[in-house]
Design a protein around this ligand. Structure first.
Ligand SMILES: Cc1cc2nc3c(=O)[nH]c(=O)nc-3n(C[C@H](O)[C@H](O)[C@H](O)COP(=O)(O)OP(=O)(O)OC[C@H]3O[C@@H](n4cnc5c(N)ncnc54)[C@H](O)[C@@H]3O)c2cc1C
Length: 428
């Protein structure tokens, strides 16, 4: 057994660090861009008078840093080589995301908009696996060139975790001699619709409520007649780009189907593991950052004339958090490594529970660590002059989205009790 991080990965991370220091930090410091990261961050990012959407200057800055990262060969790291990427593995991505988050807030990695100079591209994998040749060309290459942006339209006002009960329906309808589908329903929380050129919209085309089959994914252009943004949902961490949508008499041709008719949920499920392990690594990194900042502060701050760190009431909660970070790092790296060493379809069958363990524990841990950091820092910890409130408010979201904590635990439970996974059938 060799637990060492591979030397090539250490070398690449050193190159990334140089790129951040030489290119990204100067951009962050330029033209008061630091307002997006210091105590003014929420106001600087949010156009409160315009639905609470992200300000253009904020999104322009993110775009500019991604462009620089792409030119330097980093942004597409995790994408396939044929699309200009480096086929970056799950292990490498986990280590990079963990260490990026350990650096604290910055333009190199700000996940509020899923932004990082080393990108995560769930749609690339989805199109690569399920798209037609034309769809691959249009959406994968267009995605990298910035001409295509696809939002993910699964959740509805009355159905989130239970997507198989969705009420949005699509029925066959020919218009002007072209075979296609009419879609009606409602969607909610469809992130990025303010800039999306398309929504990958899931709708029931057959079967009955509760069936996993009979749901189809349609690439609906945005805007389209009948697709209406009803409101922007204001969230714990602003800005928002999460609307509630109505879908009324929306029509798309047959060619808008992504994947196989009636098998849309397979798309939604196919790359959750990659996302979940990367998210876990980011939360772990942010948790570690909170612990380390607290340690540093506790060694400096001297209430009652001696270092705060001398008190075990300060030490022990941080010891518990540091212990969990160490244990979790091993589990995340090992799980990512396992994912890299098996065919994609085996992940769901054999180690999906481990991915869920990493995910829910890391997302919970970072919230605990951010809360503890605020406590150790006292008044300044509660202020926006420290990053902990932002970390808490952003990462708190992950306990609900991408499969909520309970949904991850449900998966672990199903493996543990032999309803799914390698122990299936063991208990009769
Ligand atoms: C900021 C944000 C961005 C989002 N972006 C998108 C997006 O881009 N596209 C998209 O399709 N969706 C998106 N979502 C929706 C997100 O995926 C759902 O909110 C999530 O799946 C939970 O669904 P729900 O809110 O309907 O909660 P519900 O499913 O109603 O669940 C409510 C609570 O009950 C728990 N629960 C549910 N079932 C069980 C059970 N069997 N046992 C125990 N507990 C259970 C849940 O974990 C949750 O805590 C986003 C949500 C947010 C907040």
């Amino acid at each position: 057994m060799d637990f060492a991080v591979p030397q090539e990965l250490e070398d690449y991370y050193a190159e990334l660090t140089r790129f951040i220091e030489d290119t990204i930090i100067p951009l962050e410091q330029q033209d008061d861009n630091i307002r997006f990261f210091d105590h003014r961050r929420e106001y600087a990012r949010t156009d409160f008078e315009n639905g609470g959407l992200p300000r253009h200057e904020w999104e322009d800055l993110l775009r500019q840093s991604r462009k620089l990262a792409d030119e330097a060969g980093h942004w597409r790291f995790s994408a396939p080589k044929k699309y200009g990427g480096k086929d970056g593995s799950n292990l490498w991505m986990a280590v990079i995301r963990d260490r990026f988050a350990q650096r604290g807030l910055g333009l190199h990695n700000d996940l509020q908009n899923e932004h990082s100079i080393v990108g995560n591209f769930p749609f690339v994998a989805m199109f690569e696996h399920f798209g037609t040749e034309e769809q691959k060309q249009e959406f994968i290459l267009g995605g990298f060139e910035g001409t295509r942006r696809v939002a993910f339209g699964l959740t509805e006002p009355h159905h989130g975790s239970d997507a198989t009960h969705m009420e949005t329906v699509a029925v066959r309808e020919t218009r002007d001699g072209v075979d296609g589908w009419r879609i009606d329903g409602e969607k909610m929380w469809i992130t990025g619709m303010h800039v999306a050129t398309h929504c990958a919209m899931f709708a029931r085309t057959g079967g009955k409520a509760g069936d996993a089959s009979g749901i189809t994914c349609f690439l609906v252009p945005n805007p389209t007649e009948g697709l209406q943004i009803e409101e922007w949902m204001w969230t714990f961490n602003m800005p928002t780009d999460h609307p509630r949508l109505s879908v009324t008499n929306v029509w798309v041709p047959d060619s808008a189907i992504l994947g196989v008719e009636g098998r849309g949920l397979a798309l939604a499920q196919s790359f959750v593991h990659q996302n979940r392990i990367r998210q876990a690594a980011s939360s772990l990194g942010a948790a570690t950052f909170c612990v380390e900042e607290s340690v540093r502060y506790a060694r400096e701050r001297k209430p009652f004339g001696e270092e705060l760190a001398r008190n075990q009431a300060i030490q022990f909660p941080l010891v518990e958090l540091a212990t969990q970070c160490e244990m979790l790092r091993l589990l995340i790296y090992k799980t990512a490594w396992d994912m890299d060493n098996m065919p994609h379809e085996m992940i769901e069958k054999t180690i999906s529970d481990k991915v869920s363990m990493c995910n829910y524990w890391a997302n919970r841990l970072v919230c605990q660590a951010a809360d503890r950091a605020m406590q150790v820092h006292g008044g300044i910890g509660y202020s926006r002059h420290k990053p902990f409130e932002h970390i808490y408010r952003h990462h708190r979201r992950y306990r609900i989205t991408e499969g909520a904590e309970e949904i991850q635990m449900r998966k672990v439970g199903a493996y543990l009790f032999g309803y799914l996974g390698p122990k299936r059938g063991m208990y009769g």
